[in-house]
Design a protein around this ligand. Sequence first.
Ligand code: DC
Length: 240
Amino acid sequence: MSKITIAIDGYSSCGKSTLAKALAQKLNYNYIDTGAMYRAVTIYCLRNDIITDAKVDYDKLLASLKNIEVSFGYNTQTKTSEVLLNGEHVEREIRTMHVANNVSAISSIKEVRQKMVILQREMGKHKGVIMDGRDIGSHVFPDAELKLFMTAEDSVRTQRRLDELSSKGEYHTFEDVKRSLQKRDHDDTTRKENPLVQAEDALVLDNTDLSKEEQLEFVVKLIDDLLLTKDEFLKPVAKH
Ligand code: DC
């Protein structure tokens, strides 16, 4: 069956990566977490004093961009690809609140986005890829065959993020996490460079009341239907 490109965009902590990972395993597709790429760049910037308290030293960042290499390595235990910063595994470090509170400032910079988008297009050029982020359907792969725009109520997203953080030993109040999430959504939707927007042809998936299993089932059915029509489309015209 022919492979397609699946773009999943949406607000912070609404389960994009959970859905994308499960789909990738089910369909045997590559999963690319583009948020992890911006988070990895943010770690480099934090470590090298390019960003302090969400204030970016723009000139220093531009001069350093050539030294920042972001790639992915396959983790056989988790069975997903994980982000590498200059060859170093940073999957755990990128998920902290410290990184979350600084990543929007880094991801709003044009030159950073240009560098990441080139990599993303390269990784997705053979299709059979599921990419999640903010601008995948609207900018990175505007021709993706399936575009999902995910959302969920703020309080549900906050609780999910709080659970994720505490499972890793990081404890914060509900209000702090909610504020951080809302600020990120605001920054991501209002920035100048490729802001988070719903692509015109994206399907909205509000998973406030859906379990992981229900949302996976829903999207798998969607893809099955899409592939059926797509293959129908691709059948050679019968000769008479
Ligand atoms: O999905 P995430 O929370 O890991 O993303 C981290 C940040 O990176 C998010 O606040 C916005 C930014 N981002 C982006 O600007 N474009 C993308 N394609 C993916 C993420």
